[in-house]
Write a protein that binds this ligand. Structure first.
Ligand SMILES: NC(=O)c1ccc[n+]([C@@H]2O[C@H](COP(=O)([O-])OP(=O)(O)OC[C@H]3O[C@@H](n4cnc5c(N)ncnc54)[C@H](OP(=O)(O)O)[C@@H]3O)[C@@H](O)[C@H]2O)c1
Length: 320
């Protein structure tokens, strides 16, 4: 196994649900605001625009390619070994890059292949013209991981890793990986602290990135969370914000990095870009850290065990 090399920048910029029409400008502005870590994915449907934003920033000399950390993710429909490299090449072409810093398996879910020319990115249903339906494929994760390792061997990606793995899948991955996984990306915020999974990942020397670090907020527009579930409204978060002269969002994000994870907040609002990156001139006390961690309710907003059944009639839990 190769050594676990570069450290992922602790605050990245998330791109899920950034609308296509503002995505290039958003990425450009994020880089201009100081972000050096971009969290992309084929499934977000905005990699072309993300690539335009990156290219513009590099062209204007705001940063070099080497100063950026770009992550992307292999979608569920490309898990079979023959589809993994073409999926990466499509992502690289869209992003206008010749390598990624990190390529992640997006979900431990293999779905039937959909050719690029039929539908790209295909999302969760294979045939958009038919009634929404998930079509699964019998591809073991070991096969997908081995194909990911080849991408690292070819130096098309500097690091490889996984998203949305539970402890059992992580143990199994560590049994067969010959290229060491660099990162685990998982949902984590004060209502879903995932302490045991994070501890295990660190025991295996993986870096952990928390997605949806602000919790419910990302899921309001999808009707997958209620406003009352926002951690920003919690008295303990508000009290720390008042003590520090920071916003509740900054307190929740600071909690995320202070516990040793990287975070990838998304915003479409330029004024929030700086806010979400300005987390390094203050510290939460041990008592505040513990009180925010104690908000945990094991509340998972991004759960295929719920949304696949609600949207496609397929019961497909992966975390239990
Ligand atoms: N691997 C995976 O399976 C997976 C799954 C989900 C997400 N991700 C990644 O993780 C990234 C972050 O997660 P996320 O987008 O779900 O959620 P998030 O970053 O925790 O939250 C985004 C939501 O919070 C709002 N927001 C951002 N900054 C704010 C602030 N300072 N104050 C108040 N509200 C604020 C945003 O609204 P505005 O845009 O209006 O500011 C948006 O509604 C994604 O973009 C994606 O890159 C990965």
């Amino acid at each position: 196994m190769s050594a676990n090399a570069a450290t992922i920048p602790s605050v990245g910029f998330g791109l899920w649900k950034v609308p296509n029409e503002i995505c290039a400008d958003t990425v450009y502005e994020a880089i201009k605001a100081g972000y050096r870590h971009i969290d992309s994915a084929s499934d977000y449907g905005n990699e072309k625009e993300t690539g335009e934003g990156i290219a513009r920033a590099i062209k204007e000399g705001i940063c070099t390619r080497e100063e950026l950390w770009v992550t992307s993710k292999l979608w569920n429909t490309y898990h079979a070994k023959e589809h993994v490299k073409p999926a990466l090449m499509r992502t690289l072409e869209d992003l206008q890059l010749d390598y990624l810093d990190l390529y992640l398996i997006h979900f431990p879910i293999a779905q039937a292949f959909v050719p690029f020319e039929d539908n790209y990115p295909p999302g969760w249903t294979v045939d958009p013209a038919a009634a929404p339906k998930m079509t699964l494929a019998k591809v073991p994760l070991h096969e997908t991981w081995t194909a990911m390792e080849s991408l690292a061997d070819e130096k098309l990606v500097n690091h490889i890793g996984v998203c949305n793995y539970n402890t059992g899948l992580l143990h199994d991955l560590m049994n067969y990986a010959t290229v060491k996984p660099h990162s685990l990306q998982i949902e984590s915020h004060p209502y879903l602290t995932q302490e045991r999974l994070i501890r295990l990942a660190k025991q295996y020397d993986l870096q952990v990135t928390a997605f949806s670090p602000l919790g419910a907020l990302s899921y309001l527009e999808l009707d997958m969370a209620g406003q009352q579930e926002s951690t920003l409204e919690q008295p303990v978060v508000k009290a720390a914000a008042a003590r520090l002269g920071k916003t509740p969002a900054q307190v929740v994000l600071r909690w995320g990095i202070q516990r040793g994870c990287s975070i990838i907040p998304k915003t479409s609002k330029p004024e929030r870009m700086k806010e979400n990156l300005s987390l390094f001139d203050f510290e939460l006390t041990q008592a505040e850290m513990e009180a925010i961690s104690a908000l945990n309710q094991n509340r998972r907003f991004n759960d295929p065990g719920h949304f696949c059944e609600a949207a496609f009639g397929t019961f497909y839990p992966i975390y239990d």
